[in-house]
Design a protein around this ligand. Structure first.
Ligand SMILES: [Zn+2]
Length: 442
């Protein structure tokens, strides 16, 4: 993709879009109330909200009081918002939610906005081709014309995320003479981050949307393909969950029972929020996971103990036995199903193979039993490790989704006037292009 910016005139798609938008023919209201030179909490990345334009008419006291209360409210909410950049704060908040059993469901954009994003997305793909990495683009929609710009890609070595460029470009375009009936659409593959230590993109966009509304009267829409949240090095809530802990959570009825089981095993229990999140996942029934087998890079490394049996043998014998052991391990891997399967199914495959797997004539009889036992233990540990890894990934994914959605849920009440943000729902055809190619790029 090479495009940086293009514009085109095209008829707007639906009749309702021809109607004047609520803010098209009147002065900017609501957030254009004087903010008294206030700057959003002074933290890095916060929008510097400039003093508003003069309204040019005298306002009755009641009106001013209302405006003052509104400004105070906005100030309060924005201050609250900045705490979302604090990982510990956000983690606790989301875990509390898990604990209460009220984790939010997906937050999608309204249909009309969703359709806009899909149409723009098709246009961008036609112009630039499908893209598989994290990127962003944006559209300014005027009455008779749309200006599309992007795609932009992150430059992680300089700490720049793709949304930074989109924000900069949008700012320039708006400064060139925005009208209040313009609409801003920002697309990003991964939802804007909360993870960057300074100026996370999610907060930047909220502050910018407020500023753009305040200065130009425009409304901003942000659409993403999947939740990103705290992905990256800040995401550690579930890092240490082990297979044994997962097993104890599966086997116990409630948190108290789980805590007792952990104490008995002389292990520190997970906190109640983590437990609730895990229990929710474990009870969901969607626990099939993929296992890559011999084609996976680390396949043989799981079976070191099998080789360990003849490590001290003379070199020639060791060579032969190593070949035999490798053949055995690969043959076992070939029995793995191509589809994702349950923990129990994988364990059963290893158990059966340990009993029935054939050895070559070069393996002496007494060694066979030892190798069978070692193989079965290695197999079991490998499957359990992979299962625990899968559970940690799913928990982290859930956690990030909930973080993003809780954030959006929390801001929607006071940002709905100027910002709409949510996941884009693509059709199956759209998805073929989008998600098949997605990589964990950001
Ligand atoms: Zn970012």
């Amino acid at each position: 993709m090479q495009l940086s910016m293009w514009s085109r005139k095209r008829p707007l798609l639906r009749e309702y879009e021809r109607e004047a938008s609520p803010c098209a023919k009147k002065p900017v209201t609501g957030l254009s109330a004087p903010l008294g030179g206030w700057e959003a909490d002074g933290s890095e990345g916060a929008a510097h909200v400039r003093p508003s334009r003069s309204w040019g008419h005298s306002c009755p006291d009641a009106c001013w009081n209302q405006q003052a209360a509104h400004v105070e409210n906005t100030r309060h909410h924005l201050q609250q918002l900045s705490s979302w950049a604090d990982t510990q704060y956000s983690v606790n908040k989301v875990l509390e939610l898990f604990k209460s059993g009220q984790a939010p469901s997906h937050i999608f954009l309204p249909d009309s906005v969703n359709e806009k994003f899909r149409a723009f997305h098709r246009d961008i793909q036609q112009e630039c081709g499908a893209e598989d990495k994290q990127h962003s683009w944006a559209v300014i929609e005027k009455r008779e014309e749309v200006i599309m710009y992007g795609p932009y890609f992150p430059n992680y070595s300089s700490g720049e995320h793709s949304e930074d460029t989109v924000i900069g470009q949008t700012q320039e375009l708006l400064e060139s003479g925005a009208a209040s009936d313009w609409k801003v659409y920002v697309f990003t593959v991964n939802s804007p981050c909360l993870a960057r230590s300074t100026a996370p993109c999610m907060l930047n966009l909220v502050y910018k949307a407020l500023e753009w509304r305040h200065l130009y009267g425009v409304k901003t829409h942000v659409g993403y393909v999947r939740c990103w949240g705290f992905k990256g090095n800040k995401e550690t809530a579930f890092r240490d969950v082990t297979y044994q802990q997962v097993e104890r959570m599966t086997q116990t009825e409630d948190y108290e029972g789980y805590v007792n089981a952990e104490w008995t095993a002389d292990v520190n229990p997970l906190c109640e929020g983590l437990y609730a999140a895990a229990k929710r996942l474990l009870g969901s029934g969607h626990l099939d996971f993929p296992l890559s087998g011999p084609q996976g890079q680390d396949w043989r490394s799981h079976f070191k103990s099998v080789h360990g049996i003849f490590d001290d043998d003379p070199e020639e014998e060791r060579k032969v036995l190593t070949q035999e052991a490798n053949a055995l391990i690969e043959a076992a891997g070939a029995r793995l199903p191509e589809r994702p399967a349950r923990l129990g199914e994988y364990l059963e495959i290893g158990k059966e193979f340990a009993l029935s797997g054939a050895f070559g004539p070069n393996v002496p009889e007494p060694l066979r039993d030892q190798m069978r036992v070692a193989f079965q233990r290695c197999w079991r540990e490998m499957v359990q490790d992979k299962y625990a890894e899968f559970i940690r990934e799913r928990l982290t994914e859930d956690f990030n989704r909930c973080t993003v959605e809780l954030f959006i849920k929390e801001i929607v009440e006071f940002t709905k006037e100027y910002l709409e943000i949510g996941k884009i729902q693509f059709s199956e055809n759209d998805l073929k292009v989008v998600t098949n190619n997605l990589s964990d790029a950001e």
